[in-house]
Design a protein around this ligand. Structure first.
Ligand code: PEP
Ligand code: MN
Length: 338
C-alpha cells in the first residue's frame, strides 16, 4: 500500500512512519516527490493496517497499490523518473541515445566508433564485453580487456558507457567500468542477477525478454527497485512471434502502454528489434514518435566486418542521418535530444 504523507510532514514524522511500517513487518520504500513524500509499504499486510496508519495525524491517506509491481507503478510515483549516468540523461522530456557496436572488438574499433557516434549526437556508448551468444562456439566477448577499452573510450569522448553484465559474480567487476549495467533479454528473469544489480547504485538498462509479458517485464524491474536501486531504464527490444521476415517483432505499442503503467523511462532497441540495418532508421524514428525516452542502436565503423550482429548494425553515416530525423521528430514531440 502507499502511505501518502501530508505536504507539511516533517522529516521526523516521515522517519517515524518508516519505523512504524517496519514494525508492522513490511518494507518501506521512501519516494520523495515534488510536493509530498510517499512511503510504499511492500510485503504482507495484516488486516486493519490501512485504517491504523490512516489515523496518524501526519498521514494524508493510505491507498492500496493495485498493480503487482509496486515501486515501478505510476500509482506509487506519478512523476516520471529521470535516469542520469554521466553524459546520459533519459526521461521526462529528455531523449538519450546510446550507440556503439554489438561487441567491443579492438582498441581501434571502439575508439573510432565512439568518436563517430559522439559526433553524430549519441549521448552514451554501448558495447558488449561479456556477450550472451546463442552458440557456445561464437565469440564470447573480450571480457575485462573489453571493459578497459570501453573505459578508455569514455576517457577520450566523455561518453557514458553502457555494457552488459551476465552473472552476479561479475557485478562488482562490471561496476568498476560501466556507467549503466545492461541486463540482456536472455537474463530478464534471472532473479539473482536482478537482485545483485539492485544492490548497486549503478543505473540499470533492463531489456525485455523476447517472450516476456509487460507484467513479467515490470516485475523484473521491481526486483531491481526492491533492492533500493531506483535508476532503472526499461528497454523494448522486440519479441518472438510467428513472423520470420525480421529477427524479432518490435512492438512499439509497448512504449505508450508502459508510459501509462510506470514512471520509469523507456528506450527502444530497433537494432535487435528488426535484425535488419535498413529497417533501423524508420523504427528509430517511429520509437521517438511513439514517445520513447531514448534509443539504443548498434553502430560499427564497418558493419560487414563486425564479429556480431553486423546485419542489423548501422554505418556511422546511416546513424548520423537517423539522428537528424529523430531530432526533428523529438522537436514535434516537445522533447529535447541532448
Ligand atoms: C545486445 O545488446 O547486443 C544484446 C545481446 O541484446 P539482447 O539482450 O536484447 O539480445
Ligand atoms: Mn547485439
Amino acid at each position: 500500500m502507499i502511505v501518502v504523507m501530508k505536504p507539511s510532514a516533517s522529516q521526523e514524522m516521515i522517519d517515524r512512519m518508516i519505523r512504524r511500517v517496519e514494525e508492522l513487518g513490511m518494507k518501506p520504500h521512501v519516494i520523495v516527490g515534488v510536493e509530498r513524500t510517499v512511503i510504499a509499504a511492500t510485503g504482507l499486510e495484516r488486516n486493519g493496517v490501512q485504517a491504523e496508519l490512516e489515523a496518524c495525524e501526519e498521514v494524508e491517506k493510505v491507498m492500496p497499490i493495485l498493480a503487482p509491481y509496486k515501486i515501478a507503478s505510476r500509482e506509487t510515483r506519478p512523476e516520471p523518473t529521470v535516469v542520469t549516468a554521466g553524459s546520459l540523461t533519459v526521461g521526462a522530456g529528455t531523449i538519450g541515445v546510446i550507440a556503439g557496436p554489438c561487441s567491443v572488438e579492438s582498441e581501434e574499433q571502439i575508439m573510432q566508433v565512439a568518436a563517430q557516434v559522439k559526433d553524430a549526437g549519441a549521448t552514451a556508448l554501448r558495447g558488449g564485453a561479456f556477450k550472451p551468444r546463442t552458440s557456445p562456439y561464437a565469440f564470447q566477448g573480450m571480457k575485462e580487456a573489453g571493459l578497459e577499452l570501453l573505459a578508455a573510450a569514455r576517457e577520450a569522448t566523455g561518453l557514458a558507457v553502457v555494457t552488459e553484465v551476465m552473472t552476479p559474480h561479475h557485478v562488482d567487476l562490471v561496476c568498476r567500468y560501466a556507467d549503466v549495467l545492461q541486463i540482456g533479454a536472455r537474463n530478464m528473469q534471472n532473479y539473482h542477477l536482478l537482485q545483485a544489480v539492485g544492490e548497486t547504485r549503478t543505473p540499470v538498462l533492463l531489456k525485455r525478454g523476447p517472450s516476456a509479458t509487460m507484467e513479467e517485464f515490470l516485475l523484473a524491474a521491481e526486483y531491481i527497485l526492491d533492492q533500493g536501486n531506483r535508476d532503472v531504464i526499461l528497454c523494448e527490444r522486440g519479441v518472438r512471434t510467428f513472423e520470420t521476415h525480421t529477427r524479432f517483432t518490435l512492438p512499439l505499442a509497448t512504449v505508450p502502454y508502459l508510459r501509462e503503467k510506470t514512471h520509469l523511462p523507456i528506450v527502444v532497441d530497433p537494432s535487435h528489434g528488426t535484425g535488419i540495418a535498413s529497417l533501423v532508421p524508420a523504427m528509430s524514428a517511429a520509437a521517438i514518435a511513439a514517445g520513447a525516452d531514448g534509443l539504443i542502436i548498434e553502430v560499427h565503423p564497418n558493419p560487414s566486418k563486425a564479429v556480431s550482429d553486423g546485419a542489423q548494425t548501422l554505418t556511422p553515416a546511416a546513424f548520423e542521418a537517423t539522428m537528424q530525423t529523430c531530432r526533428r521528430i523529438a522537436e514535434v514531440m516537445g522533447k529535447t535530444m541532448q
